[in-house]
Design a protein. Structure first.
Length: 615
């Protein structure tokens, strides 16, 4: 006899016995009307068998029984009780069936069937736990954070003893939770008590289950765990949790992104949905880190169609495969195109007629653009002008240009080209119709984006060092890719034509501190295992970045993380002439002519960083 038939018979027998037990409880143990009791018991039998078979109680895993299984038991026993009440009314005076018996029978059946499953699960989990304990694979775990994520994580560990993790307790700064049991696990103290709790309870591992906490808190917990010489891992931030659900498989080592994490950005969903829902949206640079993440964020707002436009076929192909897997119902098209190619770009606009354009395509590497200044002008400035001209012609409602903090008081060709891009967008805004909006969004470095400092440092650590930094005092602003992308979407919905929006980047971070954190997180010691070397500032680089020019200042918007620059030095009456001069200079491949043309548009642009007063 296989297991399902065995479980079917057990359920049927226990449920059948529930009827005479209900009579005994109703009659205080007295036996009367035995014939009627037997008749009623047999009448219930086929209905109970049918429900067991139809709902599939015998196919459920008793080892992994959960709330859903309990709910299904309530449904089945409730149906039989309802049938019993109907019989009690219909057969009054014919058979001895008090109204209370069906209710008592339902409670008895639910208790017996539920207890059988629970006992089976407990026995199975204890058996597996003993096996793992004998093998020495079970680790005593302390969970930092007794909120929703922490309790879900504890429940998952108890549900999956094969993971080899046994929750011993929580730490949480909420005093009301202290000494309480949450899913049977005690809260042992504050977060700062970690070293003492680890020592007292022989903890093998600390799991940081605070996905919405700031990087400062994560850094503190990681440091205390490291000092206590205990392994520590973490849950990813909220935006990485699928549907907000916590799983053991999501536990990972603390990464440098966790140490720079900020409180989750709260979005005005109605403002974003208003201009994205059921619209045709084009994203340039769709294969890049920012472009791809913008598309992921857009997908949840149910656009009519998304055009993935990019120059690199491999990156576009790779991201399209992700789209097909993660968003199979998302209507989209892939277009391999260069934004410098006006004719091909015009054909794309004619074909798809986009309502919204997010412009993320750009050359962004400072040293490479210093070596190839004309390409920064052709691609960044020329490509942006092509897009804005076509957006005006084809009545695009919203155009959002991705800019950079390097555009402020630029000292590099790349930064200067991005500042000119802001002016190009501002120029388009001055020519826009009443229902059109052209804006730029300015932010700093994005953690984990291609070509950013974090992947470079990780690669240098893998190779045994050294980590190379240009200057010990160099600082940069950082945000995560999802955070930056969400705020870009929010900025697009601000509907203030011609604005340059500045994102709240928090406090700037010293690159040296970032490098040392990364070395420590790799289980190594700075300047002992991995050397930190300073090689000097490269051409065009700044010691620190700025988000505003001295004359701009900011104005608050409807969103606490987004500000608008009050003015940005845009010379509207001369701009077309100055722009023509810039393209002529780029065509000459004359570096000094390019620099002079850029200075004519951006008076604060200084090619030689020695001329720039820093700090």
């Amino acid at each position: 006899m296989n297991k399902t038939r065995y479980k079917f018979l057990i359920d049927l027998c226990l449920w059948t016995l529930a009827t005479p037990v209900a009579y005994l409880l109703r009659l205080d143990g007295l036996v009367q009307g035995a014939g009627d009791i037997l008749t009623i018991t047999l009448m219930f039998l086929p209905f109970k068998a049918g429900i067991i078979y139809y709902i599939g109680y015998h196919t459920h895993s008793w080892h992994k029984v959960g709330v859903r299984d309990l709910f299904m038991l309530i449904v089945g026993t409730g149906l039989v009780s309802l049938l019993g009440v109907i019989w009690a009314v219909g057969m009054s005076g014919i058979l001895f069936l008090p109204f209370s018996v069906p209710f008592i029978e339902g409670l008895v059946a639910l208790s017996v069937l539920g207890f059988t499953r629970l006992a089976c699960r407990i026995r199975h989990e204890r058996k597996e736990e003993k096996v793992y304990r004998r093998s020495g694979q079970v680790k005593r775990v302390l969970i930092a954070g007794a909120g929703g994520a922490g309790t879900m994580l504890a429940r998952e560990m108890m549900r999956h003893p094969e993971s080899g993790l046994t929750p011993v307790g929580y730490l949480d700064d909420h005093k009301g939770k202290h000494s309480r049991l949450l899913v049977g696990i005690p809260v042992l103290g504050d977060l700062k008590d970690l070293p003492a709790v680890v020592k007292k309870n022989h903890i093998d591992e600390v799991l940081i289950a605070m996905p919405s906490e700031s990087g400062e808190v994560i850094r503190s917990m990681a440091r205390m765990a490291r000092d206590a010489k205990v392994r520590h891992r973490t849950m990813p931030p909220l935006h990485e949790l699928i549907n907000g659900n916590v799983a053991i498989s999501q536990i990972r080592d603390v990464d440098v992104e966790d140490l720079l994490r900020r409180k989750p950005v709260q979005l005005d969903i109605s403002a974003i949905s208003g201009y994205l829902n059921n619209r045709v949206i084009m994203v340039t640079g769709a294969g890049g880190s920012i472009g791809a993440e913008i598309i992921r964020q857009i997908a949840i707002f149910h656009p009519k169609h998304i055009v993935l436009l990019g120059r690199g076929e491999n990156s576009i192909y790779s991201f399209q495969q992700e789209i097909l897997q993660s968003f199979p119902d998302l209507a989209h098209s892939t277009v391999i195109n260069d934004i410098k190619d006006y004719d091909s770009l015009r054909h794309t606009f004619e074909t798809f007629r986009p309502d919204v354009v997010f412009h993320a395509a750009a050359h962004k590497h400072v040293p490479l653009m210093e070596a190839n200044p004309e390409q920064a002008i052709y691609n960044n400035v020329g490509g942006t002008r092509n897009l804005t001209d076509l957006s005006l012609e084809f009545s695009v409602d919203h155009f959002v240009n991705i800019s950079s903090d390097k555009a402020v008081n630029p000292t590099s060709i790349m930064g200067a080209s991005k500042r000119v891009c802001e002016h190009v967008v501002r120029s388009a805004a001055s020519k826009a119709r009443n229902n059109q909006t052209f804006v730029s969004v300015r932010f700093g470095n994005v953690l984990g984006s291609r070509g950013s400092v974090i992947p470079l440092f990780k690669d240098q650590i893998k190779r045994g060092g050294p980590i190379t930094i240009t200057h010990p005092d160099m600082t940069r602003y950082f945000m995560t890719i999802p955070e930056a992308s969400r705020l870009v979407l929010q900025s697009g919905g601000q509907a203030q034509n011609g604005m340059v929006y500045v994102l709240d980047m928090g406090e700037p971070v010293k690159i040296t501190d970032l490098a040392k954190d990364l070395i420590v997180l790799s289980g190594l010691e700075p300047d002992v295992d991995i050397e930190v070397k300073f090689k000097g500032i490269r051409p065009g680089e700044k010691l620190f970045e700025e988000l505003l020019t001295a004359e701009e200042g900011t104005t608050a918007t409807h969103h606490e993380k987004i500000f608008s620059a009050r003015k940005n030095g845009f010379k509207e009456e001369q701009f077309d002439f100055l722009l023509s001069n810039l393209f002529e200079a780029a065509a000459s491949n004359d570096r000094e002519r390019i620099n002079e043309a850029l200075r004519a548009i951006i008076p604060t642009y200084l090619k030689d960083q020695k001329e720039k007063k820093v700090g």
